[in-house]
Write a protein that binds this ligand. Structure first.
Ligand SMILES: [Zn+2]
Length: 253
């Protein structure tokens, strides 16, 4: 048996890799709906009940949502109810939306797009001034930066990354720093957790030749993740530095 050394760099590299990976492969919901007649909802309900009570964590959120969705698809099939709505999904603009997902989406959403955020979970959703945007110049999905200030001179806006293949590829890249902060901070002693905002520093980002390709963005993020998590950091170091910076008005972003 080989013993793997679990040092700081090893753990950090694992957290960096995990930040860019989905929890699991996306479900082929078109195939599930196509084979709805084969689903045994009673067996799935028994499977769902067998796991109760569920601890609240991202794996269980995904598992219970998937089981509930399959049970619902099976029951709609048995009752002859439609599996698709007349609207196109508001997120991807490609697939047909699902009739039951209307609580937050006026025109509905498809199952693929409802599942995706569960595959890229982050407890800390402090995405700051970055957001997913369609770049009409290149005809691709990208990440944009917009920050409003008190006066016009404090406002910044830029297209930061272009060239993603889909909305969800861009989303996964947007969320990666927040996922890293979530995953890495779980293993940290109290007070030494990393702050997601420190992972996309405006100063260093705007020194790059923008817009970046998706590959350059990943490389930039990986570099920042390493820089923001040195070994042997002092407890509350980040909060103290932030408080000092804002007190002396030196905060860059
Ligand atoms: Zn969709």
């Amino acid at each position: 048996m080989n013993i793997v050394p679990h040092d700081h760099a090893f753990g950090r590299d694992q957290a960096i890799d995990a930040a860019f990976q989905p929890l699991d492969a996306p479900t082929d919901w078109d195939a599930v709906i196509r084979d709805a007649a084969q689903i045994n909802p009673e067996a799935l309900i028994a499977e769902l009940r067998a796991g109760e009570p569920y601890a609240v964590n991202e794996l269980n959120v995904l598992k219970t949502w998937r089981l509930n969705t399959k049970i619902r698809i099976a029951h709609r099939y048995r009752r002859g109810l439609p599996q698709h709505d007349k609207h196109t999904c508001a997120s991807c603009g490609v697939r047909a939306s699902v009739p039951t997902i209307t609580r937050e989406w006026r025109v509905g959403q498809c199952l693929h797009c409802e599942e995706m955020p569960m595959l890229f979970p982050a407890e800390r959703m402090d995405r700051g001034p970055l957001f997913v945007a369609w770049d009409s110049a290149s005809g691709t999905w990208g990440l944009a930066w917009q920050r409003g200030g008190v006066g016009d001179r404090d406002k910044t806006a830029a297209v930061v990354v272009i060239g993603f293949g889909s909305y969800w590829d861009a989303y996964a890249s947007l969320i990666a720093p927040m996922r890293f902060a979530t995953i890495y901070s779980r293993a940290c002693p109290p007070g030494t957790s990393v702050d997601a905002g420190a992972l996309t520093p405006a100063g260093e980002l705007f020194q790059q030749t923008l817009p970046l390709t998706p590959e350059r963005w990943v490389a930039f993020c990986r570099e920042q993740m390493k820089k923001a998590t040195p070994e042997g950091v002092e407890p509350y170091d980040w909060e103290i530095r932030q408080a000092c910076d804002s007190f002396f008005g030196k905060s860059q972003d």
